[in-house]
Write a protein that binds this ligand. Structure first.
Ligand SMILES: [Zn+2]
Ligand SMILES: [Zn+2]
Length: 177
């Protein structure tokens, strides 16, 4: 199912939380604040880190539970225009591990191969906080939205042919033309 707006993500997270409430594993236990509050005194060994992202003004925010499944940097010209920077860096999480709060405006960008990317930005300050491509099974978050210099570096670098020559790529990252 395609996610069409942030409420769908919230609805999915809430439903998932209800169904999985009380289980040791799964996104439900992590998505349910009441369950987490009850168990705060005895953290589980399986507890995953939370990553908080927000727009410039704070109206639109999200929490991603657990580690990203992919961290990449993209040097394509469309990402340069979107970010206003010389490349985009983004972390992808399973959709069910992401809780979104706030209103967003969607911009759909059609790529060279006809694929659509759905960008969601704050209507007040304009910062993109998340987007998805393909079937929407993963939510991509611009790494800068975490405002966390300790966030892990990209492991994949794509559209190297468009890379500004002074932009460096982390050691060991997979590089694609
Ligand atoms: Zn904002
Ligand atoms: Zn790109």
């Amino acid at each position: 199912m395609r996610v069409t707006n942030p409420r769908d993500v919230l609805t999915h997270a809430a439903r998932c939380a209800h169904e999985n409430r009380g289980q040791r594993e799964g996104c439900g236990t992590r998505a349910d604040p009441a369950f987490l509050a009850q168990n705060r005194a005895a953290p589980r060994k399986t507890a995953m880190p939370d990553h908080h992202a927000a727009c410039s003004c704070g109206q639109l925010s999200l929490v991603a539970h657990g580690d990203p499944i992919r961290i990449s940097m993209c040097h394509c010209l469309a990402c340069q225009r979107r970010t206003g920077s010389t490349y985009g860096a983004q972390a992808r999480f399973p959709r069910e591990d992401v809780e979104i709060v706030g209103e967003s405006t969607e911009y759909v960008r059609i790529g060279d191969h006809g694929d659509a990317a759905h960008f969601h930005f704050c209507p007040r300050c304009g910062a993109t906080v998340y987007y998805w491509t393909d079937d929407g099974s993963a939510i991509a978050v611009p790494v800068g939205a975490f405002a966390d210099p300790g966030f892990p570096p990209p492991r994949v670098s794509v559209w190297e042919v468009r890379r500004h020559p002074w932009v460096s790529v982390p050691d060991g990252a997979q590089r694609r033309e």
